[in-house]
Structures are given as C-alpha cells and as structure tokens.
Design a protein around this ligand. Sequence first.
Ligand SMILES: [Zn+2]
Length: 255
Amino acid sequence: MTRLREVTPGVLVATSRRMSTNSTLLVGGSDALLIDPAWMPDELDALAGAIRRRSLRVIGGFATHAHQDHLLWHPGFGAAPRWASARTAALAASEREALIQFLGDDFPEALVELMGRVRSVDTGVPSESTPTGIEIELIIHDGHAPGHTALWLPAQRVLIAGDMLSDVELPLPFHPDDLPAYVHALDRLAPYVAQAEVIIPGHGNVGADAPARLEADRRYIDDMTVRGESSDSRIHNPGMFEEHAHMQELARGMR
Ligand SMILES: [Zn+2]
C-alpha cells in the first residue's frame, strides 16, 4: 500500500497493491471519515497505524457499494458507525456468505467478522460521522452495483467515484447485468464530473481528468453497443479481458 497522501486539503488517499484499490480519508480537525478502506490485512494494519500516528479519530466509515473489497474494516479504525446506501446495506447483509467467500480462505477471522457491518443512511452521511468543515453530497445510483454511491465534496470539488470513472478498469455493469442503469448512472454523475477538480476512483489513479474519463466510458459503451468492439486501451489491463468479453455478450443482447 502507498503512504497516505493528501490529494487536496482534508482529503487523503492510500492505494492498495491489489488492483490499485483506493482508501480515502476525509479529515476535519482531528476527526476523519474513512471511505472504502482496503484491501489486504497487512495494508489495513498499516492504514490503522498511519491514522494513529496522525492522531486522527475515525468518527465514521462509508462503503460505496456491496463488493467485498469496499466493505472492509479493521479493529484499529475503532467502533464508529459505518454507513452505506440502503440498497448497499441490504446487499451487504443478504449476500454476506458469498462476499466472505470472495475474501478467500486465508483472510483473518477478525477482519471477516468486521466486513460489511454497515448501516443504511437516509439521504446523507449523518452529522456524527461528518468531520468538521467537510460537506458531503451522496450520489446514489445503480451503476456498477445496486445502490452504488459516489461522494461529492462541493467545496473541494472532489468526486469519490466508487467503482466508476476508473482510468484502469473498464465500465463494469455486471451482477446484475444492467447496462441501462450504468448509462443512467453516468448521466447522474455528469454534472459533478463537469465541476470536479479531483477524481478518486475505487481502483486506479487519482486524477484531474474526470471529464475525459466519463467520455471514455461513454465511448466504450457506445462502441460496444453499436459495433460490438472497442479500441479502449483498458481492455489490456490485468483482469479486464474477461470483463470485456462479458460486456461483448451483454452488448450483443442490447442490439
Ligand atoms: Zn466493485
């Protein structure tokens, strides 16, 4: 995992060695909201250590969606409430056995136990879990996963995109396969993308190129829907060839 680095004042990111998964920390004073901490046990240990060394108190967690690599937690983060959209919270509970399987047999028991223990937000992150001076808008939609949630920080113009708008992963509208919902989600994100100065994807590089990423995702989906093929270079990234093949099948059904 990379060191925690401040990408803009009050917004810190650390990146896992596994699938470039980003953990984001929103800091106000000595309080912090921890978003999607991930992934490997030693990395979660290190993140807990980094938070402790900065003398930060984690006052809340947030999970962008109900996939196992976005529902993790560590005893060192403390016992603050962890939040997610209603659909994410419901799936984290109903799909718990499958999500545990995805973590793999050698994931430590204590971390397995903590995975997915999220509560449903109403419309926003409750004030008890919002660091002083940080305003957060939730953009809840069904792209990538039901109840998938992006976080928008209007003052900092930061878009924490969950598993969308990645520079390394293709659009992944799977399980359930729902391309129309994904396209709709991109439309929902578009006004925020237009204002974003920083984009933090669930997997990939933090960037200043949110509009280009949205454009690339729309082009890929258009190309796949219309022609069944794409020249998107992300197809050649690790793990993406199978996802691309899945999209080929899905898009064929749309024509
Ligand atoms: Zn995901």
